[in-house]
Design a protein around this ligand. Structure first.
Ligand code: HGY
Ligand code: MN
Ligand code: MN
Length: 418
């Protein structure tokens, strides 16, 4: 524990209960959660978070993309504030820990400070970032991207989901309009705890990781045009089958990622031929492509190879294939000093910990892009499985991660000098 903070008792049991209580909001039959961004269930979880903060007399504010901020003013309110955040929105078949662990750990820290009657020197600001997942409205990390000034609000409000509903229309259904706009203030640091969503910590039997940064991502939307025709009388030779073009391009995405292995990643998460009739040759198709790599140059080469593969399929099949890059999240490094503080507090508590790189994107990526000292704690994930209703972590690992994060945050909160 940092000096002067030992009467602040983080209650790991209360955190674990809180996580499983929030998991009831949007609970799915298979044990996961479905709280798509800007949906009523997303708002329900977020409103619960707001209510718990208001009970501790924390000031609530919001911004125009729907990020929510809960503020516990420090005794030196002019000193730069310490931010702790993550997200409560989920994938359609999401797990109960992805994002929620981070928001609810911040809440647990505030509860511990409040219960001890201990006002921090610096202001603590908790954040629930809107639409981190990018599942309903691409791109991912939308709320933090707008907050960081890297994504333009107007562009994001115009994004639409598969039903043609825009972010602007979805936000209009929000119930927190009555909260004031967040006031700009200097930021000391940003902390986020998250499940690893990969297998490394479990393979090494470590409960937590000190995250050093995140790999780059490039997302694409692809439209393929062929010609619709009858599945019966139309000979195989000469067809312009957009569905098969999409299938071949999907295999090319996998091949390109493997060529750039072992770190290259390529996924086609959505592939929709049209008109989706069994006895009609698809005249068009749309697909989404998610590519990632820790090396920007390699990710750039993967992009070029994607176009080359598309050209070859286009020419051979008489199709037109339009590939639109819709998002680039660059390689991001977190603050080395904060990483070493996490390792220090883990060692002090005799909690096994190692430096680790993030394969997933997180709100912390955009926070780091603003120049604010930023760091994450990862928690071991069973079988490395996430974005899956079976997502699971051990209670003792969640508590270990919470303790390490809170130690590092408390050290910053009670640090008077700048
Ligand atoms: O896709 C990601 O990396 C994050 O989970 N949104
Ligand atoms: Mn997440
Ligand atoms: Mn996620």
């Amino acid at each position: 524990m940092p000096n002067g903070t030992n009467q602040i008792q983080i209650d790991g049991n209360r955190l674990w209960e809180s996580i499983h209580s929030y998991a009831q909001i949007g609970a799915t039959a298979k044990g996961g959660v479905k709280r798509l961004a800007f949906s009523s269930l997303d708002y329900q979880a977020r409103d619960r978070f707001i209510d718990e903060c208001v009970e501790m007399q924390m000031a609530i504010s919001r911004d125009e993309i729907g990020n929510i901020f809960a503020t516990m003013e420090g005794s030196e309110p002019d000193l730069p504030a310490v931010l702790v955040g993550s997200h409560l929105d989920s994938q359609p078949t999401g797990g109960k820990y992805d994002g929620a662990l981070g928001v609810l750990t911040g809440l647990e820290l505030a509860k511990s400070l409040y219960a001890a009657g201990k006002r921090p020197v610096r202001t603590l600001q908790l954040i629930n970032f809107a639409n981190e997942e990018g599942a309903r409205f691409a791109p991912a990390m939308m709320g933090s991207g707008v907050f960081a000034g890297k994504l333009q609000l107007a562009d994001m409000l115009a994004k639409t989901d598969s039903d043609g509903v825009s972010v602007q229309q979805a936000i209009a259904l929000d119930t927190t309009g009555q909260y004031p706009a967040r006031k700009e203030r200097p930021i000391d640091s940003y902390f986020e705890i998250h499940i690893e969503q990969g297998p490394i910590l479990e393979m090494e039997s470590l409960p937590v990781g000190a995250v050093t940064g995140a790999q780059a991502q490039r997302w694409y939307d692809v439209t393929i045009i062929g010609s619709e025709a009858h599945a019966g009388p139309t000979p195989m030779i000469g067809r312009r089958d957009a569905g098969l073009g999409a299938a071949e391009l999907s295999l090319a995405v996998e091949a390109i990622a493997l060529e750039h292995g072992p770190d290259g990643r390529g996924t086609v998460g959505v592939l929709v031929p049209s008109p989706m009739s069994r006895n009609v040759i698809p005249g068009s198709a749309m697909l989404t492509i998610d590519t990632r790599h820790p090396d920007e140059d390699e990710l750039g080469e993967m992009k070029q190879k994607l176009r080359v593969a598309a050209d070859e399929i286009e020419n051979r099949r008489g199709l037109s294939i339009d590939i639109k890059e819709i998002w680039h999240s660059p390689v991001t490094r977190f603050d080395a000093e904060l990483v070493s503080r996490l390792e220090h507090f883990a060692a002090e508590r005799q909690i096994g910990c190692r430096k680790i790189w993030s394969g997933a994107g997180h709100d912390a990526v955009y926070m780091a892009s603003t120049g604010v000292p930023t760091v994450m704690v990862f928690v071991q994930t069973k079988d490395g499985i996430s974005h899956n209703e079976s997502e699971s972590i051990k209670k003792e690992d969640a508590i270990a991660g919470c303790m390490v994060l809170c130690d590092a945050v408390l050290e910053r909160l009670f640090r008077a000098e700048d």
